[in-house]
Ligand binder design. Structure first.
Ligand code: GLU
Length: 456
């Protein structure tokens, strides 16, 4: 079967760099195997899910370079979950429970005091039909639990039942089903918790590999049991370590911090985000990959460490800057054009300025300096006289890369100035800045007329 993966966010907020790690692990895994990538919106929580978040998540993924082969929404698929729930009920594997949270908490404390594991004791399995009817008559509605296959004959005497899998990221894993409570699959109001819809969709969509954060490792045991209960073979699983801030806090989707949207607005390059999101917390060195193919070449899920990966947003700026400095014109062209930077000089202009900017958007500043002129520079009276004299020595056109050398050689001969005293006032007069792109590159872009207009 060809590899099919999925990224399954809940559309209850914008995605952040930690979510991007999960999306990219899946994307790169599929890409390396020439497989498919499904974007699945886990929007069974109709109160909190919003269409605009789903759209925004799709746009954020597209910006990162992820284009799903298929997009599905769980809210369109309730009928499938209903059918699966019915099958489980008929098989006696999904049973109604009526306890309130307070009752459950009390039982948990009693179990702990008796040195029993604090898991659900399956008391609801003992309810007779009359007892259930009486509870319903009181107005109670059941929630439904999945009966984990962790016993031989007697569900009240669970025995150690290990579920094993070969994790794509972590290697051999085992979870004991006797150490967990029967998971609630359906709430009192009939709505689904995440587990059943997820397993049904993974079956239905032919998902071969589930790659997600290691906060899901224990869920995997119960999910594998659920796949089997629905007569399906469980897919392969991979659980990657999570990202935390440099102070060790988790990244919250709702906090907005480090959202993909805010990084994009700051002008951070998408491949800087992707490179950091994928390579941090692995044995690979974190450097900026210029494109997905290069990143795919360095991606090895098994090289992730087990512990959470702390990351420093300042590192993003460093990676992003290195991408901008090396970015070929063709890659920047459409963005430059949106900023009004086009025409025959756009390419030499880009090549002249890219090494002096942090973000592509900052090219706008230098474009204005070239086309509109700089803010008037403050020159000392001596420097002003020197610059005025130098401007009188400007060579005639056509101008090319040699013009700057030729001109400054003449200025040096005529005025006796050299080094910084020679170059700095000229730079200030031409650009209004003390540092910036090579003047040898800028001069032919400016042309004689625009240079003369800058004469103090
Ligand atoms: N919606 C779930 C989450 O965001 C998906 C988990 C999974 O990949 O199975 O945690």
């Amino acid at each position: 079967m060809s590899v099919t993966v999925r990224f399954a966010p809940s559309p209850t907020g914008r995605i952040h760099i930690g979510n991007a790690r999960t999306a990219l692990f899946n994307w790169l895994f599929a890409r390396k195997a020439h497989g498919r990538f499904v974007l699945r919106f886990d929007d069974t929580d109709v109160e909190r899910s919003r269409e605009e978040y789903a759209d925004a998540i799709e746009a954020d993924l597209a910006w990162l370079g992820i284009k799903p082969d298929l997009v599905v929404r769980q809210s369109d698929r309730f009928a499938l979950y209903g059918q699966a729930a019915t099958r489980l009920k008929e098989a006696g594997l999904l049973y109604p429970c009526y306890e309130t949270p307070e009752e459950l908490e009390l039982r948990r404390k009693v179990r702990l005091s008796r040195r029993l594991p604090p898991v659900y004791g399956r008391e609801a399995l003992k309810l007779t039909d009359e007892a259930k009817a009486a509870l319903e008559a009181e107005g109670r509605r059941p929630h439904w639990r999945f009966l984990l296959p962790n016993f031989d004959h007697d569900p009240f005497a669970p025995t150690r039942t290990e579920i094993h899998w070969e994790d794509v990221v972590r290697g051999p894993q085992a979870v004991d089903l006797a150490s967990m409570s029967d998971p609630v699959l359906v709430r009192e109001d009939g709505s689904y918790l995440y587990t059943l819809p997820s397993v049904v969709d993974d079956m239905e969509l032919g998902i071969t590999h589930i790659i997600r954060g290691d906060d899901h490792v224990t869920n995997t045991g119960a999910q594998i049991a659920l796949f089997r209960a629905l007569s399906a073979e469980a897919p392969a699983f991979g659980h990657h370590n999570l990202l935390t801030t440099s102070t060790g806090e988790g990244l919250s989707k709702r906090a907005g911090a480090l959202s993909i949207a805010s990084l994009r607005e700051e002008g951070v390059e998408p491949m800087a985000v992707a490179s950091l999101a994928v390579l941090i917390g692995t044995s690979e060195a974190v450097t900026a990959c210029p494109d997905m193919d290069a990143l795919a070449g360095r991606f090895d899920p098994a090289s992730s460490s087990r512990s959470a990966a702390r990351f420093d947003p300042a590192e993003l700026q460093v990676l992003s800057r290195s991408l901008v400095h090396a970015m070929p014109y063709d890659e920047a062209a459409s963005r430059l054009e949106e900023m009004g930077i086009s025409g025959p000089v756009a390419e030499p202009f880009w090549n002249a300025v890219r090494g002096n900017i942090e973000t592509v958007a900052q090219a706008d500043f230098w474009w204005r300096v070239v086309t509109e002129g700089p803010e008037p520079a403050t020159l000392s009276p001596e420097d002003r006289d020197f610059v005025a004299a130098a401007f009188d020595l400007l060579p005639g056109e056509p101008w090319d890369h040699q013009t700057w050398r030729e001109w400054t050689r003449r200025v040096k001969e005529e005025t006796g100035r050299k080094g910084r005293a020679l170059f700095q006032p000229l730079r200030l007069a031409l650009t209004g800045r003390e540092s910036g792109p090579e003047l040898a590159d800028l001069l032919p872009l400016l042309g004689r007329e625009r240079v003369l207009a800058r004469k103090p």
